[in-house]
Write a protein of this length. Structure first.
Length: 435
């Protein structure tokens, strides 16, 4: 045994678990070169991982409440190796969820020390820790279109029209017989279930995210959470049942769910909000978590369709949203601005388009915006929504044509895995989020 070999280990399991007591005895008797800290709950584990102290590993009992993908990724982000203690038959595929290793009960000192030496770093060797790269599903992803816009600007109706149009397109993959199109209701005030008259909202987005806490579902299992609309020709994932339910969506679990959806369909259309404020803008991680769906969908989309109403208020909000999208490092070539309620006169529409481009150039001089799509207002669409039937193609033909053309022009985002968390740079001398 090396004299400077020393591990600081966290442990959490159900009360009166045998291996917790055994490891505590081994640590106190110096049988193992570890400092063992026994936690009473997953919340205490999270609190310690977010503290200034560094830990070598965390031992997680698989039968403990709250052991899931999120806490495993939290441990990895803190430079702590997650090891799951299982029964003779593991309940889940823990390595697929990010665990570095699994130990089967009864745990022996030899097996525990071997696992720590193989995966963990002693506290005196923290500078040599290597970044662990979890396996990423290499299956091809579909084309993601994020439809964003403030309330009342026609975002949901536009998303329905785009999804219906894409459902009639040929499949992107030769092995697929028909095109699979999924419509996600990612708005905090979800209404796609109402617009499609689904009659029920369970299962929906919350249930699909919950599934990803402890599993990596297959494509068929992901599609089982969608509702097929025969009139429209695509699948629908109902959104949050209440606005406040965003607090149930854990970040890493939500990203895993979005990545699974992205791989399960040829085209994914997301109906989302246009609120992109995060921690860097507001100083609040809660606001960033509330806007997680809108931010991540916009960042990972092949095409962002931004809807706005013609008028002073609508155009002002559109320019603000465009500036926020540019601040998220989204290329303007991937943004399609749609102005609903535009004038019917060709001359007036041209003047409106020139005004928008000039104002955007003044607001964000470092970017250039493509010509927006102008859609005159039609007052005969409400009966189609009321009857649950798709609106006539002529009503949104200019939008769907522009979407198809833009998708052929932009390059697909296949160079990197979708919906992956990026490391956050810490300013030298600053404690980061723990400050």
């Amino acid at each position: 045994m090396m004299r400077d070999e020393h591990f600081v280990v966290l442990g959490v399991a159900r009360p009166r678990t045998t291996w917790l007591t055994d490891i505590g005895h081994w640590a106190n008797s110096s049988m193992l070169p570890i400092e063992f800290i026994r936690c009473v709950s997953i919340d205490e584990v999270r609190s310690r991982l977010h503290s200034d102290r560094r830990f070598s590993a965390v031992l997680l009992g698989e039968d403990c409440t709250g052991v899931d993908r999120d806490v495993i990724e939290t441990a990895r982000d803190a430079g702590c190796v997650p090891i799951v203690i299982t029964d003779s038959t593991p309940r889940r595929d823990w390595p697929a969820l990010g665990a570095a290793d699994t130990l089967t009960q009864p745990v022996t000192p030899h097996h525990l020390l071997a696992a720590l030496r193989e995966h963990a770093i002693g506290v005196d060797h923290r500078s040599h820790i290597a970044t662990h790269e979890t396996s990423v599903d290499s299956s091809p992803t579909g084309c993601l279109i994020a439809v964003l816009g403030p309330g009342g600007s026609g975002t949901s109706t536009t998303a329905m029209a785009i999804a219906s149009h894409l459902a009639g397109q040929p499949s992107r993959y030769p092995e697929s017989i028909s095109t699979r199109v999924g419509l996600i209701d990612a708005s905090l005030n979800a209404d796609q279930a109402l617009l499609h008259d689904l009659g029920d909202v369970v299962p929906g987005l919350q249930e699909l995210v919950e599934l990803h806490r402890t599993a990596n579902p297959t494509k068929d299992e992901v599609r089982d959470f969608f509702w097929f609309s025969p009139r429209h020709g695509y699948d629908i994932l109902p959104g949050l049942r209440r606005h406040r339910d965003w607090s149930t969506l854990r970040r890493r679990t939500t990203l895993a769910a979005l990545a699974s959806i992205h791989r399960s369909f040829d085209f994914v259309v997301a109906d989302s909000d246009a609120d992109f404020e995060g921690e860097s803008e507001t100083g609040s991680i809660d606001i960033e978590d509330r806007n997680l769906l809108a931010r991540e969908l916009a960042r990972n989309a092949d095409l962002v369709v931004l809807t706005a109403r013609a008028g002073i208020t609508g155009l002002s909000r559109a320019l603000q949203n465009l500036r926020e999208l540019a601040e998220l490092d989204i290329e303007t070539e991937r943004i399609l601005l749609v102005i609903l309620g535009a004038p019917r006169s060709t001359r007036h529409r041209s003047e409106l388009a020139r005004t928008i481009l000039r104002l955007f150039d003044e607001t964000v001089p470092s970017h250039s915006l493509p010509i927006p799509v102008m859609v005159p207002l039609r007052r005969d669409l409400e009966p189609f929504i009321h009857d649950g039937t798709p609106p006539p193609r002529s009503a949104f033909g200019s939008i769907t044509a522009a979407v198809s053309e833009r998708l052929q022009q932009v390059e697909p985002r296949d160079s990197r895995p979708s919906f992956q968390t990026a490391p956050i740079a810490i300013i030298p001398g600053h404690l980061g989020r723990t400050a």
